[in-house]
Design a protein around this ligand. Structure first.
Ligand code: SAM
Length: 287
């Protein structure tokens, strides 16, 4: 048993899950209360820097690659020719960096409501921001819900919702109206990716997401899982939804001959992520 009294620890207590997760820290680096949320930065002893938003762990230097790669590459290697991408949220810029590794991408717009997140990331996670100056990238600060309502219909290939948990400013990113505007904005064959929380801890929310995207007219769904050590339970998910099409395979050949560097994603990982664990299959089938 670890004595949490010895040393300094950041602890995220998850009342709803009956669990807590701690990282040992050297010091608190910065705190900013933005108009939207409280953004805190810590230097940990073993996980590098840690960003926390409203008490919830968001990004650490050591393990963010799981999430950023898996919320991007499976969708980008599934779409036949992904050119125009929008990231809603994602203010740390890690997802943007992964998306821009794909040579087919012509435009990648990132719309986060909170400038403070990107300012902190530029300062404490510069490696995640290394593609911010890519001429294909456009970084905007606005409400993703409003952006999607105003966006041109049939203009996007992939929308990645890299949001905080569905409380506070991101609540409206998890409902039918928002998904309907995403559907309208995608081209036929387009893919919506929603970070869909922990299948172990948050199954009701995951089922709500799946039901909502199906209800608004997406024709096929695929929920993939991957590790994310600093999030509740350590097991996380993303749900992919397709407009006017099915998930039958992916660009296997391209994924097998990766032309860029990754820490986690490869063709075998992609194949494995397509296998749904039995406890999830049972929950999905109960619908
Ligand atoms: N990876 C994290 C997770 O799964 O918990 C989330 C990453 S964090 C970059 C999520 C971002 O969503 C935050 O920067 C937050 O400002 C942004 N966000 C929340 N509500 C939003 C909204 N309505 N429109 C755009 N961005 C939003």
């Amino acid at each position: 048993m670890t004595n949490l009294e010895q040393g300094m620890w950041f602890t995220e207590i998850s009342e709803r899950d009956g669990s807590a997760f701690s990282l040992r820290i050297n010091k608190k680096l910065e705190v900013k209360q933005s108009p939207f949320q409280k953004v805190e930065m810590f230097e940990t002893t073993d996980f590098g820097n840690l960003m926390v938003i409203d008490g919830c762990t968001m990004v650490s230097t050591r393990d963010n690659f799981f999430y950023h790669e898996m919320i991007s590459h499976p969708a980008l290697f599934t779409h036949e020719n992904p050119k125009n991408i929008v990231i809603i949220g994602g203010g740390d810029c890690g997802t943007l960096r992964e998306v821009l590794k794909h040579p087919s991408v012509e435009t990648a717009q990132q719309i986060d409501i909170d400038q403070v997140v990107t300012q902190m990331s530029l300062k404490y996670f510069p490696e995640l921001c290394e593609s911010n100056e890519d001429p294909r990238a456009e970084i905007m600060f606005d409400d993703g819900i409003k952006f999607m309502l105003d966006a041109e219909p049939n203009s996007l290939d992939i929308i990645i919702v890299d949001s905080t948990d569905p409380i506070g400013p991101s609540e409206g990113l998890f409902n039918r109206d928002f998904y309907a505007s995403c559907l309208n904005t995608l081209r036929p064959g387009g893919i919506l990716v929603q970070q869909s929380e922990s299948p172990l801890m948050h199954m009701p929310l995951l089922l709500d997401i799946r039901n909502a995207v199906r209800d608004v007219g997406f024709t096929d769904l695929q929920t993939i899982t991957f590790p994310q050590p600093i999030y509740p339970s350590g097991l996380w998910s993303a749900t992919l939804a397709r407009k006017e099409g099915n998930f039958i395979g992916f660009r296997h050949e391209d994924a097998a001959n990766l032309k860029f560097n990754t820490e986690y994603y490869n063709v075998g990982i992609h194949l494995g992520a397509l296998s749904t664990p039995n406890f999830m299959k049972r929950a999905f089938n109960k619908r």
